[in-house]
Design a protein around this ligand. Structure first.
Ligand code: KG4
Ligand code: ZN
Length: 333
């Protein structure tokens, strides 16, 4: 019955979780609101706030799980990819805690952990499955053959899907991060009111920079005619942008699943919190007679529960990491 402490600090969420024998007992997430004023994550500030939040987050995770810190068998931590200064806080905490308790550490790839969030709880997908991982920094279609046997078969050639939503929201004058706000407005709007282009990219790859530019020009041109264009049409703009992003993502996922003969599709990453995308993947699965998996809301955006569950599977395999480990801003699978 291994007790795993999971630590996540790759971007702007400081998170700690406790998992016992694969069951998640706590998942504390400290959000950093300081970046709102800057319209994006400021790496130096993120790292400083992680330093303030890391110990309280771990203390709360331990308290909520009702375990004794001496019962923890291993510390799993995000080694990368992410912001170096942010990763460094989590990596250093994990190493120091493990050294003090004389327990092993387990390095985790953040993008693999997003996929492994599907293994928290009882409703687990069967291998092989295709996972569409969409976050503020990544857009990937991952062929998942086993817990740690994953292959990226498609990815974005420029901006990530979340980045496209966040940049659109900036143009609309909404605060960062804009994804959740676009989701909120989109629920009240008409998704067919405005048409945005679908890029023609070969294979299973994506491109969002053209869409971003077309949204920018569309807003600018309409504001020239009507200075109140955004205020008067915000719900329809958000609904139409969201619809285009969702169709770009799901058309590629559908193509990849059909070509590979795979009948299980899944979502992961922060953008999988999006209502339109969640409904869309379910609809696609229903139409095709496939199974679809969407993580619980709290396991979609960055969280330590996904790090703890990934750590649990590595613990079972006896895959531990040396104390000389350093974080990686880029980290292939
Ligand atoms: O995985 P994540 O928490 O952090 C990264 O590793 O990037 O993803 C954050 C991204 C942001 O772009 C944010 O705007 C987006 O997820 N996001 C959403 C929603 N909630 C978060 N996008 C659309 N709809 C949402 N409900
Ligand atoms: Zn993430």
């Amino acid at each position: 019955m291994p007790v795993i402490l999971g630590i996540e600090s790759s971007c702007d969420e400081t998170s700690a979780a406790i998992c016992i024998d694969g069951q998640m007992l706590s998942n504390i997430i400290a959000n950093q609101t300081i970046h709102e004023a800057y319209g994006g994550v400021v790496p130096e500030l993120a790292s400083r706030v992680h330093q303030v939040n890391i110990i309280p987050a771990v203390q709360q995770a331990i308290l909520l799980a009702k375990v004794n810190k001496n019962e923890i068998d291993a510390v799993a931590f995000t080694r990368g990819p992410g912001l170096l200064g942010s990763l460094l806080v989590g990596v250093t905490f994990a190493k120091a805690f493990a050294l003090a308790k004389d327990i092993p550490i387990i390095e985790i790839n953040h993008m693999q952990a997003h996929v492994l969030a599907h293994f928290i709880g009882d409703n687990k997908p069967e291998f092989p499955f295709l996972c569409l991982t969409v976050s503020g920094g990544h857009t990937q279609i991952v062929l998942v053959k086993d817990h740690f046997d994953m292959e990226i078969i498609g990815q974005t050639q420029d901006d990530a899907a979340g980045e496209a939503l966040d940049k659109t929201s900036k143009v609309l004058g909404l605060p960062y991060p804009g994804g959740p706000l676009i989701d909120k407005f989109a629920r009240q709007g008409d998704p067919d009111r405005f048409k945005f282009p679908e890029p023609q990219i070969p294979g299973y790859n994506f491109s969002f920079s053209g869409l971003k530019t077309s949204i920018l020009y569309f807003i600018r041109d309409n504001e020239k005619i009507n200075p109140n264009f955004i205020q008067e049409n915000i719900a329809d703009i958000c609904a139409s942008v969201e619809k285009r992003v969702v169709t770009i993502l799901l058309n590629k996922l559908k193509k990849a699943a059909l070509d590979h003969g795979i009948k299980t599709i899944a979502l992961a990453g922060g953008v999988s919190a999006n209502t339109g995308l969640r409904q869309g993947i379910q609809q696609l699965a229903d139409e095709q007679g496939w199974k679809s998996f969407i993580p619980a809301f709290q396991y979609c955006t960055d969280n330590a529960a996904m790090i703890a569950i990934a750590g649990y599977y590595k613990y079972l395999k006896g895959e531990f990491t040396g104390q000389d480990v350093a974080p990686l801003a880029r980290m292939p699978f």
